[in-house]
Design a protein around this ligand. Structure first.
Ligand SMILES: [Zn+2]
Length: 139
């Protein structure tokens, strides 16, 4: 297997189980009151206001439901390849996140089930494949 690294390791990790690193876990948090959020932070709970120790790391599933999608055809940064699609996803664990649709994914529509996975994006100077978290239609 080619060496690979994660684009944003502070936000997600490679899931275990299938061995190819394609699945992901999101690094969220949970408050003592039960509120689940993403990404992990200790500044304060949006529901009860607790901060510090009551907020603990909590791994989130990348399965969710698509709320909205928008395709960008022309980006202000000419070095950024377009088109690409931004999706807003309600995770099964609660938080709503906004991220990108996997390039090779079929079209998706609001209400559809989606799942996150790690896909190769660019290569680092050292030749490692850089993986980023993207959503695609759930199979
Ligand atoms: Zn709370």
């Amino acid at each position: 297997m080619q060496p690979s690294k994660l684009l944003k390791p502070e936000l997600y990790s490679a899931g275990s189980g299938d061995g190819d690193g394609a699945t992901a876990r999101l690094k969220g948090g949970r408050c003592r009151c039960g509120y689940v959020f993403f990404p992990m932070q200790t500044y304060g709970c949006e529901r009860c206001g607790s901060h510090g120790d009551p907020l603990t790391p909590y791994e989130l599933s990348t399965n969710g439901t698509l709320l909205a999608e928008a395709t960008v055809h022309l980006h202000a940064d000419k070095n950024r390849p377009a088109p690409f699609t931004i999706v807003k996803v309600a995770l099964d664990d609660g938080p709503v996140i906004r991220t990108l649709l996997a390039d090779d994914s079929a079209r998706v529509a609001p209400g559809q089930r989606v799942t996150g996975r790690l896909v190769p994006t660019t290569q680092s100077e050292s030749g490692e494949t850089v993986l980023d978290h993207r959503f695609s239609a759930a199979s």
